[in-house]
Design a protein around this ligand. Structure first.
Ligand SMILES: *Cc1c(COP(=O)(O)O)cnc(C)c1O
Length: 456
């Protein structure tokens, strides 16, 4: 383990490679399918949407993928991100557990998302692309891509889920500050958006709809590509800088996690911290318990079906096998906008299916309770999404207390909540509701899953 880490991370302590879990999986993940032919998609099928370098990373099988020097140059601004021991939180909980957290809120956009936004902008620029189109939920991804676009001289257009657009005007202002343009979704600018608005004029939007709009625009022009902030293999790959650094930092503390906790929206920050440790385990290293925490109002890993489904609502994307609530499912409007996606990263779904990870779901009020307890102990105010990881880590620490056992817990504090203060205002005002999704709507969305018997 020691040698691996020294090889992967140079004297600047920034990883030189991204870690590719595909190289260590006991069983390969199911292929991505073309929705028309139900045959595995090839690089050419994805070429209208992504530059070839990213497509090749999507299907890469080698364990280490080199990080280009210009990307490491940008990473240097905030990487390596700090790993903290949460001593005051441990004390507040009176737990014998040791709690560590990796803090990704130190990036310019305030979350882990620039870890992939920067290389995505870099590879697109290299391929001669002029404009990137994307979607955003809470605005974290939109502002991260806007930041990366500004660095590499790319125009950025963002479709922002309507409910977040209204709830989070400051995220939108940040995107515009970086020079991006921001449109609430569903919008009248696309066929996909117009079709949704015709059904329901006040539709709150969803990531699935915003993805359809962005993909539709990107497919129309040669100088325009699409960028996704989560779910895809190459996005998860870029996030592995988080786990590699954590591993090296824990080694400096002469420690190793027994449990790793992360929140899951599309699965990228979770994969980022987990995959390097899981890879070490699969290569014969120490077994680690791994817990994914998701919102009870959008519970893809705990309540979804493991099935082939579309990544978007208008069915413009290829089919991926994943834990899904159905591509037409619209979750209720809770505050962790980054966790409101109907599906889950195929790689995260695959390792869940293989029994390599566990998943739990919590309602938002209990997650805010945990986030406020954390802020009062550690001083950092977590993003509403990150509160799910905080809640999961606190529960693990309380289990240690009940059992009178000391364990080392590591979690990913994937972002700060400085742009999410309205959520905290609502929480302190007693206005936060624990909304349940509509069971009938879920049943309907699942009944509408595409039938993929040929490949199943
Ligand atoms: C986007 C986002 C998430 C959810 O996305 P993942 O791909 O699951 O990481 C979680 N936390 C924060 C802070 C985010 O910005």
């Amino acid at each position: 383990m020691t040698d691996t880490i020294k090889y992967l991370i140079d004297e600047t302590r920034i990883p030189k490679y991204w870690y590719n879990l595909a190289a260590d999986l006991p069983v390969a993940a199911p292929p991505v399918l073309h929705p028309g032919t139900l045959q595995p998609v090839g690089p050419a099928d994805l070429a209208p949407l992504f530059p070839m370098d990213l497509i090749m990373q999507e299907v890469a099988t080698e364990r280490e993928v080199p990080i280009p020097e210009p990307v490491r140059e940008v990473y240097r601004q905030w990487r390596p991100s700090p790993l903290f021991r949460a001593r005051r939180l441990e004390k507040a909980l009176q737990t014998p557990a040791k709690i560590y957290y990796k803090y990704e809120g130190v990036s310019p956009a305030g979350s882990h998302k620039p870890n992939t936004a920067v290389p995505q902008a870099f590879y697109n620029k290299q391929a001669g692309v002029k404009r990137l189109v994307t979607e955003t939920g809470a605005g974290q991804w939109g502002s991260s891509l806007a930041f990366a676009g500004a660095l590499f001289g790319l125009e950025v257009k963002v479709f922002m889920v309507r409910v977040s657009y209204d709830q989070k005007p400051y995220r939108r202002a940040l995107m515009e500050t970086y020079g991006a343009s921001c449109t609430p979704s569903p919008s009248k600018e696309t066929q996909a958006g117009r079709a949704i608005l015709a059904q329901r004029a006040d539709h709150p939007g969803s990531l699935g709809i915003a993805i359809s709009e962005a993909v539709e625009i990107a497919a129309q022009r040669d100088d325009t590509k699409y960028a996704l902030g989560s779910v895809l293999n190459h996005v998860l790959l870029h996030q592995t800088v988080v786990g590699q650094e954590a591993m090296a930092q824990l080694e400096m503390a002469d420690d190793y996690p027994d449990v790793i906790v992360g929140c899951t929206g599309g699965g990228s920050n979770f994969a980022g911290i987990v995959f390097p440790f899981l890879g070490a385990q699969l290569r014969g290293g120490k077994k680690v318990r791994i817990v994914a925490v998701e919102p009870a109002a959008c519970p893809s890993l705990t309540r979804g079906q493991y099935a082939y489904d579309f990544g978007d609502t208008a069915h413009l994307t290829p089919l991926t096998k994943m834990h899904t609530l159905g591509s037409t499912f619209t979750p209720p409007g809770f505050h962790a906008g980054g966790l409101r996606y109907h599906g889950m990263a195929p790689l995260v779904s695959h390792i869940k299916q293989l029994g390599l990870i566990e998943a739990v779901a919590y309602h938002q009020t209990t997650c805010f309770d945990a986030g406020v307890l954390f802020a009062r102990a550690e001083g950092i105010l977590p993003a509403p999404e990150a509160n799910h990881a905080v809640k999961g880590a606190i529960d693990e620490a309380l289990k240690c207390k009940a059992e009178g056992k000391s364990r080392t817990i590591l979690f990913n504090l994937c972002g700060h909540g400085h742009f999410d203060m309205q959520a905290y205002i609502d929480y302190f005002g007693g206005k936060l509701q624990d909304l349940d999704y509509d069971e009938a709507e879920l049943a309907m969305a699942l009944a509408g899953l595409p039938s993929v018997k040929a490949a199943a």
